[in-house]
Design a protein around this ligand. Structure first.
Ligand code: PHE
Length: 452
């Protein structure tokens, strides 16, 4: 990969690519349901604090490692210190675990898109539609196959660039649409304002350690951190682009879209259910249950539904392409197999891992791992275990092995790193201690030792 490494063109290239990978189902589907589940305002507040501290620090560190070494994760750790070669493999596991279940959700998006195209808006708005849909065994697997098959096709044919171009036009439209939909809900539906208040008022009685665990996992997931992706992007970044500015831009954009998506979903939950705690706890299905209800009452809702789900589909498929790319290139670099073959192997493994995630809602509904549905378990394993672990090792690596100075020097190629003391302090002391605590609570909670 290091040979004939291309670089992003223009000043904005890195930011656009990183934002394209960052904005996806994590923002539109995952953030709103977590914010609903973990106490609204308090979740948002903790997320923001974490984004400003850990998110910024890790994004800068990963990008700088990539740019300095000019290598993707596997090579980068190894070239800086042989003892850390193992990191390359752990890092590779994360996108490999995420891709299959991400594609299951991508399949749900396609099903809803198809539903709006075929004029079934009112059917999908009905109570229980979503649960009965994912409760069916065969159809969701079919849509999952289609979604991941399309992803693989794009990667196989090497036409990612074309797709990314389309999605760059779609992304601003998606943001505008999200604003319109949330504006409609908030200003026209009774009770929606309570949802806004729930989202922006931190209520400390809703605080639990799990709020922090969930917010941290979401931060990594949403900003595509702790999985080697930013290292790869950094390796394509030109030396005259400011790493810190780019990190801030990507972070602000990603968090902004997530916040707007929550503003679209949560007030609607309040309008339709009066803030019923059960509705807020719905979990992964929240967006799918809520949005059709809004579209059903909105003038022109059917068309808006079609357009909206097309955009979400693009946001999702660019992310799944970037996930699959990462896994394929790691396979390719490591085993020196033909790229097409690597792609087919990754597709095969993903099909095998994705089917149980889908069946976990239907035929295998009673099968639980640590009390979690199969899809939730994969989500938990990557976001609440592996990513914090990677972030922990990365901060120890930067803080004590290569030393913050190396990162600071890389950042300062384009000018002074104003918050370098803050950066060093977070990466050396705060991150390791905090992440260890988070990991322990997350594990104890999963095993039911404590409920916090
Ligand atoms: N950040 C993406 C999202 O929010 C998910 C993703 C992770 C995409 C890693 C690519 C790589 O949906």
């Amino acid at each position: 990969m290091a040979a004939n490494r291309s670089s992003f063109t223009g000043k904005i290239g890195f930011v656009l690519a990183a934002a394209g990978s960052a904005v996806g189902l994590g923002n539109i589907w995952r953030f709103p349901y977590l914010a609903a589940k973990y106490g609204g305002g308090i979740f948002l507040l903790i997320y923001l604090i974490l984004a400003l501290t850990f998110g910024f620090t890790l994004m800068v560190a990963e990008t700088a490692i990539g740019r300095k070494t000019g290598l993707s994760a596997i090579g980068a750790f190894k070239s800086l210190d042989k003892r850390f070669s193992f990191m390359g493999y752990i890092v590779a596991l994360v996108p490999a675990i995420i891709l299959p279940y991400y594609s299951v959700i991508g399949g749900w998006v396609m099903k809803y898109l198809f539903g709006f195209v075929s004029g079934n808006a009112s059917g999908m708005a009905g109570d229980g539609y979503f649960n009965s849909y994912i409760g069916s065994t065969v159809e969701p697997i079919g849509w999952f196959f289609l979604f991941i098959g399309l992803t693989a096709l794009v990667v196989l044919l090497g036409v990612e660039k074309g797709i990314e171009k389309v999605s760059k036009i779609m992304m601003p439209v998606l943001v505008v649409l999200i604003i319109v939909i949330s504006g409609y809900t908030i200003f026209t539906m009774d009770g929606a304002v309570d949802g806004v208040l729930y989202l922006i008022t931190p209520d400390f009685s809703h605080f639990s350690v799990m709020t922090v665990v969930a917010a941290l996992g979401q931060l990594f997931y949403s900003m595509s951190l702790a999985m080697g992706i930013m290292i790869t992007f950094g390796s394509y970044m030109k030396k005259d682009i400011s790493i810190t500015k780019s990190a801030v831009q990507v972070g602000v954009f990603d968090s902004g879209v997530a916040f707007l998506a929550a503003l679209m979903v949560i007030p609607a939950v309040f309008a339709f259910s009066g803030g019923d705690p059960n509705a807020l706890q719905q979990g992964p299905g929240l967006m799918f249950v809520t949005l059709p209800k809004i579209f059903n009452t909105m003038p022109g809702g059917n068309i808006i539904g079609v357009v909206f789900f097309i955009m979400v589909f693009f946001a999702a498929i660019t992310s799944s392409i970037s996930l699959m790319e990462t896994v394929v290139s790691i396979f390719h670099d490591k085993f020196k197999l033909n790229r097409k073959l690597c792609c087919l192997i990754v597709l095969g493994i993903s099909l095998l891992l994705g089917i149980p995630s889908s069946l976990g809602y239907s035929a295998w509904g009673s099968f639980k791992i640590l009390g979690m549905q199969i899809l939730d378990f994969f989500d938990f394993a990557s976001n609440n275990l592996l990513m914090p672990l990677i972030a922990l090792v990365t901060s120890i690596f930067v803080g004590f092995v290569i030393k913050p100075k190396m990162i600071i020097e890389e950042v300062e190629i384009t000018g002074e790193f104003k918050v370098k003391k803050f950066f060093s302090f977070i990466i050396k002391y705060v991150a390791p201690v905090f992440i260890v605590l988070i990991l322990i609570s997350s594990i104890l909670n999963a095993f039911g030792v404590i409920t916090i």
